[in-house]
Design a protein around this ligand. Structure first.
Ligand SMILES: [Zn+2]
Length: 478
């Protein structure tokens, strides 16, 4: 992967991102310049011909002119399979493409059907993963950057090595504990590896030069604030909410495709806005005018107009995009979507208890606490208020009909006035919710009728909200 991406763009992190990123280009001419190639390895459906084996289907694909892997062979005993796996592993470096494993499949398609599949994997195929490639190099320096959440992240900078087909000169060092554990010092010979699409990492020190392990600075390299380490955390953080490095990253994340998707607001433009003092928070974006932005370097009237229009359009994004855009620690796109669907509106989310958040199916306690802490923080509430004033959408619109109860788990207890137990369960499930027979911290609501027993007591002791039939019907109506 070198030489063919536009100079203004960062190289892709790995081949998978390169392929996916190229395929989703709106302009197929760009895709065509990316030099993608493919090995077709399976026929999903076929009409007008009968195939009885995998090899036969590959030969057939080849006959039709599809590119297929030149390296497939049929064996009738496992010993030869093992030898072949080893041989492929040994010749890995000589291939013109990267591999991370070899796949062993049953050839006979009838036997495949007999073997079937588990809920996740077919029983007739198994992948052998080769260990990641490792190389020795010399650690020259350590760079410290401030992340979006203020985390000070050290990066090892070393003499170039080639790993899995790419030149690598840097690897993440995570935090001080990681550096201390491995006793990593500048000048040491270190072993670096890159597993699949994972960022390169320092495995261990191959030879110590005798220097003291590297120490992270006590102050933020961007703003000079005293860095703090919170109890129970391995990471050092810059606590300054106005730290320019954090602001740059926060804004870039806010504008990114999966967040508020503001076209034209990439890292370079964000930097221009911040450096020129035009924007101090995402809310400021919505107050900008064409006249203010136009004089900026490389901007011009047309781009300024487009940018203001794109910023305006982002007000309509769904609540899930907005939550993701806020950059809450530990809350990715999926987490943001679950929060948006569970609460439906920012107001409900702002009023949510940690327990209500933790009851979302797919949410762990740490995620729930992180979300709760974020929305409890005064500065964040203030920012959300300003964005609301600016006209940013606070409602979840992505909720498909019939999913008013998505992510919620209900426990029914006692006799409800009009609904039978199974009728109520069916209504909950039809609305995307789940029912369970026992009360736990994961329960969203206990629906209690007459003569409710121990489940009601348990709900009360755990602080789970208890509602009656009328309350359930209100929820179902959304
Ligand atoms: Zn800082």
């Amino acid at each position: 992967m070198s030489g063919w991406w536009p100079l203004s763009e960062q190289p892709f992190k790995n081949p998978r991102n390169a392929a996916a990123g190229s395929l989703r280009q709106k302009d197929s001419k760009i895709t065509a310049t990316r030099g993608l190639d493919i090995f077709v390895f399976n026929i999903q459906q076929i009409q007008g011909a009968e195939l009885s084996g995998h090899k036969e289907s590959l030969d057939f694909l080849k006959e039709l002119g599809f590119p297929i892997s030149p390296r497939y062979e049929i064996f009738d005993n496992i010993e030869e399979v093992k030898q072949r796996i080893q041989a492929i592993g040994e010749s890995r470096g000589n291939l013109s493409y990267d591999i991370d494993g070899a796949v062993v499949k049953v050839d006979n398609l009838t036997q495949r059907e007999v073997l079937g599949a588990t809920s996740k994997f077919p029983r007739w195929a198994v992948a052998y993963k080769y260990p990641p490639e490792e190389k020795v190099t010399v650690l020259r320096s350590v760079e410290v950057k401030v992340g979006r959440t203020g985390a000070l992240t050290p990066t090892a900078v070393f003499d170039p090595i080639t790993l899995a087909g790419t030149t690598v000169t840097r690897a993440v060092l995570h935090n001080q504990d990681y550096i201390d554990q491995k006793k990593i010092a500048i000048g040491d010979e270190i072993i670096v590896r890159k597993a699949g699409d994972i960022i390169p990492e320092v495995v261990e020190v191959a030879r110590h030069l005798g220097n003291e392990p590297y120490r992270l600075p006590d102050t933020c390299p961007s703003c000079g604030a005293h860095a703090v380490r919170e109890a129970g955390e391995a990471v050092l953080r810059c606590p300054n909410a106005e730290c320019p490095a954090q602001l740059l990253r926060n804004l870039t994340h806010y504008a990114s495709r999966d967040a508020m998707d503001i076209e034209g607001l990439g890292p370079a433009v964000v930097e221009l806005l911040v450096v020129n003092g035009l924007v101090h928070s995402p809310a400021d974006l919505y107050l900008k005018t064409v006249e203010e932005i136009q004089p900026l370097e490389r901007m011009g009237k047309r781009s300024a107009e487009n940018l203001i229009a794109a910023i305006g359009a982002s007000k309509e994004r769904d609540l899930s995009n907005f939550i993701f855009a806020l950059g809450i620690r530990g809350i990715g796109q999926r987490g943001a979507q679950l929060l948006a669907q569970r609460f439906g509106h920012m107001d409900a989310l702002l009023a949510a208890t940690p327990q209500e958040i933790a009851s979302i199916d797919g949410f762990g306690e740490i995620m729930a606490q992180s979300a709760y802490d974020f929305f409890a923080e005064k500065g964040n509430r203030h920012l959300i208020g300003k964005l609301r004033e600016a006209g940013v959408n606070m409602k979840c619109t992505s909720q498909p009909t019939g999913s008013a109860l998505t992510g919620m788990t209900f426990v029914l207890t006692g006799t409800l006035p009009t609904l039978g137990r199974s009728e109520a369960s069916k209504m909950i499930e039809a609305a995307g919710g789940k029912t369970s027979s026992s009360v736990s911290k994961k329960t969203s609501y206990v629906v209690a009728g007459e003569e409710a027993g121990s489940k009601l007591t348990k709900a009360q002791s755990l602080g789970i909200p208890v509602i009656d039939e009328a309350g359930l019907l209100r929820l179902l109506e959304g």
